[in-house]
Write a protein of this length. Structure first.
Length: 77
């Protein structure tokens, strides 16, 4: 019979651990910068691979929906 997996308990985060109005820390800013670099590289790689109007259309649709999520849903008008 297989052993039950060990469960690692993670304590709840204290309420004061997050303050949306606190200035951003260097660590958090570095995470933002790294994520932006990865997303930009992915977008650049995807953009460079476009060869047809259909691919361009899908690229525009995808990133327009990210920038304007409510606009990507059809309205009842």
């Amino acid at each position: 019979m297989a052993k039950a997996p060990k469960v690692i308990r993670i304590p709840k985060m204290p309420a004061a651990a997050f303050n949306k109005n606190r200035p951003v820390s260097e660590l958090l800013w570095n995470q933002v910068e790294h994520l932006a670099a990865v997303v930009k590289k992915d977008i650049d790689d995807e953009r460079r691979s476009i060869r047809t109007e259909g691919q361009a259309s899908l690229f525009i649709k995808k990133y327009t929906a990210l920038l304007h999520p409510r606009g990507s849903k059809r309205s009842g008008k």
